[in-house]
Design a protein around this ligand. Structure first.
Ligand code: ADP
Ligand code: ZN
Length: 618
């Protein structure tokens, strides 16, 4: 806003909008307007209780207490009649009317200017794109059309949120015993995973009002606007309690506060965030207002937002796996006229990595495709073509996972899982998936059985071996290296380095801390103990040795259990996500097969010796 002309236009717009807002406001509070004749008739009928005169404007109440308004051409002529009918009269000098008249005559011009300004800014996607145009912002949105039935494939999440619904329905029941009611729920997940849908569904299930706002709507160019908007939102919401306030993209305001040296815009953002925190802390448990926020960048949120009493409940929504995609397809296929031969499972299998929103889009595209071909019902080939069209769009944004990448990922994750499973001292397997998350293609999660405070050298070494299992499996099967293992390699190197330099677990170097991680005021940093060139070389050798040993071990395990690796990867390609139990099933079936094979080779071996003996005998 450095340009003075721009600034001038801006001021004009604000004025115009203020007048417009005032007019809307007036219209809202103005009681029914009578014509002067109607008013006179009412007056003669003795129906008027009291009036208030302001210039020619008359407002008042009838005998039943109902307000009305009218305009009198000549007030003084009216007074005798009013007195005769014993109407209570109050009056006020007309002072600002001149100014208002000028405003009124200027209004069209101002509106045009303002409209043009907003329009041109919208076109250029400037800071005005949000907000300023709206005069009535915070109105609850109709939400009771959406319920949990419309949200498919994330049963664990809806179950967890059922409690929030219960609470919104019967707040007394919960607060009676003094329990602290949840105030905020943070939904985290990739775009299109149904966060907004879920928030609406909660409001729908509980039949409460739903207020919705995008985080970026709060961030305006004027100082203090975002903060006052937050306050406004809470005032409105409290009036409609019980209700839900949904803030989409909360990272737009809730990003980490920078502390010092902030630029103007981040200053504004911080004020807005502070206002939000104050409001959240401010409402008492008596007010049934629940905040739901959505983000796909939980990592950049200000920790203050996540403290108890704020968004202390965090729920992650991941991209749907095969079962989830089938369920979501079912929900959306209900809305279209699908032919009987539609195979939803087959469709679901062909769209790995699709989000809920993309699936909804797919169904819609397929219906349009069928309509374009004047079909009676939507058929498989419509889905096929819709899918190709969408995938092509996504491929341009390079978010589609090719079949080959899926295979590599499956072997990679299976590699981690098998090594972790077959080594003795490791954390048990929790969940393994080849559905991409964030930048990771897949994920193998191990959960420590109990909180660990100290780690043995065995455990750490096995952790490194498990980390290297992914890359090792890839090279064993595909005989080529990919970048998919970069995070594993970073993590493995980090552990190996600390093993040698921090925890003194190297025999050659002994228990000397050559490096020290310090968790300090400004994040963590590393202190390095001064040491000789020779020691430096030795450290490098030791680290490499640890990594090499672990790498060899991973390789040995995966080579030995090669069949398990294939079996596991195939199972992953089909199921996409597997929990510990499912992994166990695959493992046991592998063991059984191996046993069988051993018996077979043994008997065959016995036969061989028999023949040999016989031959020898002969
Ligand atoms: P987000 O807020 O996470 O970006 P939305 O809630 O806006 O995602 O999802 C967009 C649309 O995608 C929804 O309106 C719905 O039609 C569809 N959708 C997403 N997830 C699901 C789901 N789990 N079940 C059914 N439909 C879904
Ligand atoms: Zn990995």
């Amino acid at each position: 806003m450095k340009n003075p002309i721009q600034l001038g236009l801006l001021l004009l717009t604000i004025t115009a909008l203020t007048v417009l807002g005032y007019n809307v406001y007036l219209r809202e509070i103005t009681p029914p307007v009578l014509t002067y004749t109607e008013f006179l008739a009412e007056l003669r009928e003795n129906n008027i209780e009291k009036i208030h005169l302001q210039g020619g404007v008359i407002t008042g109440e009838d005998r039943a207490g109902r307000p009305f308004g009218t305009f009198a051409p000549d007030v003084s002529a009216l007074i005798p009649l009013l007195q005769e009918k014993k109407v209570e009269i109050s009056a006020e000098a007309q002072t600002e009317s001149g100014a208002i008249d000028i405003f009124k005559s200027l209004l069209p011009l101002l509106l045009i200017l303002g409209g043009w300004l907003i329009f041109s800014k919208k076109q250029s996607g400037g800071a005005f794109a949000h907000g300023s145009g709206r005069s009535t912002r915070f109105k609850p949105v109709e939400s009771d059309l959406v319920t949990f039935k419309d949200v498919a494939g994330i049963a664990e999440v809806t179950e967890e949120l059922q409690e929030v619904v219960e609470f919104l329905k019967k707040p007394e029941k919960y607060s009676r015993l003094g329990g602290r009611i949840p105030k905020g729920v943070l939904l985290q997940g990739a775009p299109g995973t149904g966060k907004t849908l879920l928030a609406k569904a909660i409001a729908g299930e509980a039949s409460v009002a739903f207020f919705s706002m995008g985080g970026s709507d709060f961030v305006e160019i004027f100082a203090g606007v975002g903060a006052s908007r937050v306050r406004e939102l809470f005032v409105e919401a409290k009036k409609s309690a019980p209700c839900i306030i949904f803030i989409d993209e909360i990272d737009a305001i809730g990003g980490r506060r920078s502390g010092s040296s902030s630029s103007g815009s981040s200053d504004e953002r911080e004020q807005t965030l502070n206002a939000l925190l104050v409001e959240m802390d401010g409402f008492s448990s008596g007010e049934t207002v629940i905040m739901i926020a959505a983000t796909n960048r939980p990592d950049i949120l200000d920790p203050a937002l996540l403290r108890p009493g704020r968004f202390d409940r965090q729920i992650t929504i991941s991209l749907p796996d095969i079962k989830g995609r089938i369920k979501i397809l079912e929900v959306h296929a209900r809305k279209i006229l699908a032919s009987a031969e539609i195979d939803l499972e087959k469709i679901a299998r062909s769209i790995p990595g699709f989000s809920g929103a993309e699936i909804a889009n797919l169904v819609n595209e397929a219906a349009l495709m069928a309509a374009r071909r004047s079909k009676e019902a939507v058929e498989m080939d419509d889905f096929e073509e819709a899918k190709d069209k969408i995938i092509m769009g996504l491929a341009r944004k390079s978010i589609v996972v090719s079949e080959k990448d899926r295979r590599i990922t499956a072997y990679h994750e299976a590699g981690h899982a098998i090594v972790g499973l077959l080594l003795e001292e490791t954390d048990p397997l929790h969940k393994i998936t080849i559905i991409p998350r964030g930048r990771a293609m897949g994920l193998t999660q191990q959960l420590p059985l109990d909180e660990r405070y100290t780690y043995s050298r065995e455990y750490l070494q096995n952790r490194i071996t498990t980390l290297l299992g992914g890359r090792t499996a890839e090279t064993l099967v595909f005989n080529r290296l990919t970048t998919g293992a970069s995070n594993d390699i970073i993590a493995a190197t980090e552990i190996a380095t600390r093993l040698i330099c921090e925890w003194g677990m190297s025999e050659a170097l002994g228990p000397i801390a050559y490096r020290q991680s310090v968790d300090g005021f400004l994040g963590s940093s590393t202190l390095v103990k001064p040491h000789s060139e020779m020691i430096a070389r030795q450290i490098d050798v030791e680290i490499k040795q640890v990594i090499d040993t672990c790498s060899d071990e991973a390789r040995a395990i995966l080579k030995k259990h090669n069949k398990f690796l294939h079996k596991f990867a195939e199972a992953l390609l089909i199921n996409e996500t597997m929990d510990a139990e499912e992994v166990d099933i695959v493992y046991r079936s592998y063991l059984k097969e191996r046993e069988l094979e051993q018996i077979l080779t043994e008997t065959r071996g016995n036969d061989d010796t028999c023949t040999q003996r016989n031959t020898n005998g002969i």
